[in-house]
Design a binder for this molecule. Structure first.
Ligand SMILES: [Zn+2]
Length: 236
């Protein structure tokens, strides 16, 4: 697991794109988790994505309490511990992970320091030890990060447009999850990788992303028309 912090310019590794960062922006690539693998030194790489995300949030709460609020460290630490049980952000991510497996998480945290405001974007993602699925999960999270970096999605669209015949308009996608899967599909194509049948079976965002990627069908017309008339669907 390699953790990297970028300032001034970020390199998103799976997407393989260089992005200028505005002043006060930091991108933290937290490296991959392999939860479920036991190891004598239980570092963050052996923790689940939701647990790591919750801890990143807790540490941010502690830092804000000290640096924005002037709270003594000891008090700030217990304030942070309390936030683990009371913050809606953590409740949300824990609730999500209770119902379904969380493969990745991208968080934006803001802090106002005497030197100026800072925005920190953290990407946490799981590794399954197979390149196609690992690349897919990572590229998906990188898209969420790009949404938070001014100008990044436009740069991504320009790159995709220069590399393939069908441009992609991310703003037309039904939601950010489909858009993130769309980037993941493009990254898999660039790297000559493909997902296996068992990977993410039943993930409906991926199905919708496939229609957009292959035939620029942003509203899933093919699917809707196939319900009406299978012949009509052949036209799209
Ligand atoms: Zn997502």
């Amino acid at each position: 697991m390699q953790r990297r912090t970028y300032q001034g310019q970020a390199h998103l590794e799976a997407t393989d794109i260089e992005l200028p960062l505005p002043k006060g922006f930091f991108v933290h690539d937290e490296g991959a988790s392999r939860p479920g693998i036991t190891h004598p030194n239980e570092g963050p790489e052996f923790q689940s994505v939701d647990y790591r995300a919750a801890n990143i949030y807790r540490n941010h709460v502690v830092r804000r309490a000290i640096e924005e609020g002037g709270m003594p460290r000891e008090d700030a630490e217990s304030f942070g511990d309390k936030a683990m049980y009371t913050s809606p952000f953590i409740q949300n991510i824990m609730a999500l992970s209770g119902g379904l497996h969380v493969y990745g998480c991208t968080i934006r945290l803001k802090i106002n320091l005497p030197t100026g405001p800072e925005t920190h974007i953290h990407m946490v993602y799981e590794s399954k030890g197979r390149s196609a699925i690992d690349t897919y999960i990572r590229a998906h999270e990188e898209y969420h990060a790009m949404v938070l970096i001014p100008g990044a999605v436009t740069s991504l669209e320009a790159r995709i447009c220069s590399e393939r015949e069908n441009p992609i308009d991310f703003s037309q996608t039904p939601n950010e999850e489909v858009a993130a899967d769309l980037n993941a599909l493009d990254v898999l194509r660039r790297r000559g990788l493909s997902l296996s049948e068992s990977d993410l079976v039943g993930r409906k965002e991926l199905d919708r992303a496939r229609f957009i990627y292959e035939i620029a069908d942003y509203r899933n017309l093919t699917y809707l028309l196939s319900k009406v008339s299978p012949r009509l669907a052949d036209w799209f």
